[in-house]
Design a protein around this ligand. Structure first.
Ligand code: MG
Length: 386
């Protein structure tokens, strides 16, 4: 029996690649959701024939309802519609929504007892404690889709005692600005930042990769997924993106997972787990690479990693605060309203001067996110647009 899969965020980069994998593996698609890309979502509905689809944007949902009126697919709207899709019974729900908007669908999928393939790192960065507790309570597996976390997950196979782990080592490509100093980064544009050397990804995460904030968020995500403190997670620059991450054990053994930089491999593993199937991705030929290189990150220039690590160590909702500040600053940079280095400065200002809410439920997380975005706008003297 082929598995049934729901994909949240199906029109984004991960969502589109997940559909390629689903097609290759002949999976049944239960539900598809997007924010507002109706044209592509309509195309996906016609091809994959899900029972239900949702657009988070209400106008887009109304448009979609008209467009696919001739199909049996039921159309839902708003974030409630996305959550309803997440809660539909499926063998795996893949969440590739961008940003903190992915948190409530993550909780909806877990609440319904669905296995969650998680590509939305912000769910764990902002709500790690809440999400992991809900997963435990509902007996739900969270399978990481992020390439680094998929690598750690595979490298941890057979390890039942966290005490045997010396450290996790997440690899980082270094992004398009590797080797540049602050002076050289002063005037770089969003266009330059969007040219990632190895991975094809969405815009938000590609900018996060250029600032290396992405690696800081991944460190936070790893802290929750694998229950390893931030102090025991290191970052290593590896320009070729072939070694996707490593686990060092107390006996000195280091186990890593390797593969070509193709997101379809970790996506497929999350869908087929614990089995492995043939993949549409290219075979890794190490001889084509010749040599693989590793070096320490430039923490002084790319301050995002340390900011995330600090927030993680303080605990509470500080990681949600850092995430909100970063999402807002990342957006302002893409809009051409602030300079590249100001992204890190805004996040640092927020972490140093603003307090998050006391941890509670989802409301406190979203309120912390709002406070962080407001702080960033204030930092740049931008009128808050609501
Ligand atoms: Mg990654």
């Amino acid at each position: 029996m082929n598995k049934s899969v729901s994909i949240l965020g199906s029109t984004g980069s991960i969502g589109r690649q997940a559909l390629e994998v689903a097609k290759f593996g002949n999976y049944k698609i239960r539900a598809l959701t997007a924010f507002g890309s109706v044209e592509l979502l309509e195309k996906q509905i016609r091809e994959f024939k899900p029972e239900t689809a949702a657009a988070a944007d209400e106008k887009a949902a109304a448009d979609l309802t008209v467009r696919v009126a001739d199909t049996p697919t039921k159309i839902l709207s708003g974030i409630e519609g996305v959550c309803e899709c997440a809660a539909m019974q499926a063998d795996v729900v893949l969440n590739s929504v961008v940003g903190i908007a992915g948190l409530t669908p993550t909780l909806a999928a877990i609440g319904a007892g669905n296995t969650l393939a998680l590509a939305n790192k912000e769910s764990l960065v902002t709500g790690g404690e809440l999400v992991m507790a809900a997963a435990k309570k509902n007996g739900v597996d969270i399978l990481p889709v992020d390439s680094e976390h998929c690598a750690v997950f595979q490298s941890l196979a057979g390890c039942n005692d966290r005490g045997q782990i010396k450290r996790l080592i997440l690899t980082a490509s270094g992004g398009p600005f590797f080797g540049k100093n602050k002076e050289e980064l002063k005037s770089v544009t969003a266009g330059q930042a969007l040219k990632h050397p190895n991975w094809s990804m969405g815009e938000k995460i590609t900018i996060d990769s250029a600032t290396m904030m992405n690696k800081g968020l991944e460190l936070t995500e790893a802290r929750w997924l694998f229950d390893v403190p931030a102090e025991k997670i290191d970052i290593l620059i590896h320009r070729q993106s072939v070694v996707h991450s490593l686990v060092e054990y107390v006996d000195g053994s280091v186990i890593a997972q390797l593969g070509v930089p193709d997101m379809r491999i970790p996506i497929q593993y999350a869908l087929t787990y614990p089995d492995r199937h043939e993949s549409p991705a290219q075979q890794l030929r190490l001889e084509d690479y010749g040599r693989l290189t590793f070096e320490t990150p430039d923490y002084e220039t790319f301050i995002g990693i340390d900011l995330c690590k600090r927030a993680c160590s303080i605990g509470g909702l500080y990681s949600a605060l850092v995430n909100g500040a970063n999402e807002q600053a990342n957006l302002l940079f893409r809009q051409g309203r602030i300079a590249f280095l100001q992204i890190g400065e805004a996040v640092e200002y927020t972490l140093d001067n603003i307090a998050p809410c006391q941890p509670g439920g989802v409301e406190e997380i979203f309120e912390t996110d709002r406070i962080a975005r407001q702080a960033v706008n204030k930092f740049f003297r931008i009128e808050t647009e609501q």
